[in-house]
Design a protein around this ligand. Structure first.
Ligand SMILES: Cc1ncc(COP(=O)(O)O)c(C=O)c1O
Length: 403
């Protein structure tokens, strides 16, 4: 396989490398561990690279999108997605209008106001759209990993739905088809994941029975984990049997599609497929500390997902085991003290010109970074299939006059 140094010689530094086989393997493995029938949606926010998106749709995923840009990426894919769920808090009338015009017909709806807005938009275009009310459940306590079960801008508190059920039934053009949950992310422990899914099923049944919301579709969310910026493998879950047993017991008609079950995943599908290859520009000492300055930084990696994280890159080729490690702060090359990728990490002895590889950044890498800051060029993104370069592209930010 092409190694990082060869890629740098060929394409320059820094560069993202995505390995398609890893994406396909993650997709196959996750589909195998989900109950059947169910639909797995790829969350494009993790990595919207068109080659990766096409591979995941071809592998059997639908799409979970949160912008018109992501919706357009699905249009451009070689395989049409089975199901597209449009999500996100704060969808404007302009955005909803464009989404419906572009064919979106299934929305996660985050408030009664949004339901009304979508209903008007769909009525104006003379179409019928389905809505899943996104629920912020009271949920099981897996502290630190829940986005819900706390005051958040996402979804509707389950208690509010119980108090005001009439607010969630309205809509001749935007009809409520079910419920959507997304409360957990990066959960390695499969027992915890199961507890979360079971709890969502219980909440969904309670809301169906007490608020009279239809349950033709049930989005159980995700939370499937992947290492980020650190060495390691994605977890291999074995959920299918346990989940099918719970579904058989609580929703006896689910195998006939009533309700249709949805899952979503971003990081687990693409996280381990990508690495950021970069070069050491300088190694300096300041008041007793060592700084390794890289030709990358928070404009390429981790502007969003990496805040507060410690990246652990590996030197490539690996040094001889006998060489003593050094401790250093790894920084980028931007004019801000915020441009730090890791503090006080152990590194193999490193000098200017060395190639470093930050592993497992296929998800929330470039797409979650401060790409416009300092008007630096984006790194190249190279997609490999085995040894073959399938694509080498660079995102550009150009200012165009308003149409
Ligand atoms: C609604 C929703 N779905 C899916 C995802 C993807 O999460 P992950 O990449 O952890 O699978 C997110 C992440 O923020 C989300 O908010």
């Amino acid at each position: 396989l092409r190694d990082a140094r060869r890629l740098v010689e060929e394409f320059g530094s820094p560069l993202y490398v995505y390995r398609l086989e890893q994406v396909q393997a993650a997709c196959d493995d996750l589909l195998k561990t989900l109950p059947q029938p169910s639909t797995l949606l790829y969350s494009l926010k993790a990595n919207p690279h068109p080659v990766l998106v096409s591979a995941l749709l071809a592998g059997g995923c639908g799409g979970e999108v949160s912008s018109i840009g992501e919706l357009e990426l699905l249009d451009g894919s070689t395989t049409a997605p089975r199901t597209v769920l449009y999500t996100g808090p704060g969808k404007t009338t302009v955005e909803l209008t464009a989404a419906v015009q572009r064919g979106a017909r299934l929305f996660s709806v985050e408030s009664p106001l949004e339901l009304e807005r979508l209903n008007e938009v769909a009525a104006r275009q003379g179409v019928l759209v389905d809505c899943l009310i996104r629920v912020n459940p009271s949920g099981p306590g897996v502290a630190g990993q829940l986005l819900g079960a706390a005051p958040v801008q996402f979804g509707v508190d389950a208690t509010r739905m119980l108090d005001e059920p009439e607010s969630f039934r309205r809509g001749r053009s935007a009809r409520v088809a079910g419920l959507h949950f997304y409360t957990a992310t990066n959960v390695r422990d499969q027992a915890k994941l199961l507890t979360i899914f079971e709890s969502h099923i219980s909440t969904a049944l309670e809301l169906r029975d007490r608020c009279d919301v239809p349950l033709r579709t049930l989005g159980l969310g995700g939370g499937f984990a992947a290492p980020y910026g650190q060495p390691g493998a994605r977890p291999r879950y074995r959920l299918r049997q346990a989940l099918e047993t719970v579904l058989d017991c609580r929703l006896p008609l689910w195998r006939r599609g009533s309700p249709a079950i949805l899952f979503e995943s971003g990081r687990h599908l693409v996280g381990t497929a990508g690495e950021l290859v970069c070069t050491v520009v300088d190694v300096k000492r300041s008041r007793g500390r060592t700084f390794v300055v890289l030709d990358t930084g928070i404009h390429h990696i981790g502007g969003l997902a990496g805040l507060g994280r410690t990246f652990r890159p590996a030197l490539t080729p690996s040094p001889a085991a006998s060489e003593p490690a050094m401790r250093a702060d790894l920084t980028g090359s931007l004019c801000t003290p915020a441009d730090v990728l890791s503090r006080n990490v152990e590194l193999a002895p490193t000098s200017p010109g060395d190639t470093l590889v930050i592993p497992n950044v296929g998800a929330y890498g470039l797409t979650a970074s401060l790409i416009g800051f300092l008007s630096r060029q984006a790194p190249l993104e190279v997609v490999l299939s085995g040894d073959e370069v399938l694509s080498a592209t660079r995102i550009s930010l150009d200012r165009r006059p308003m149409d």
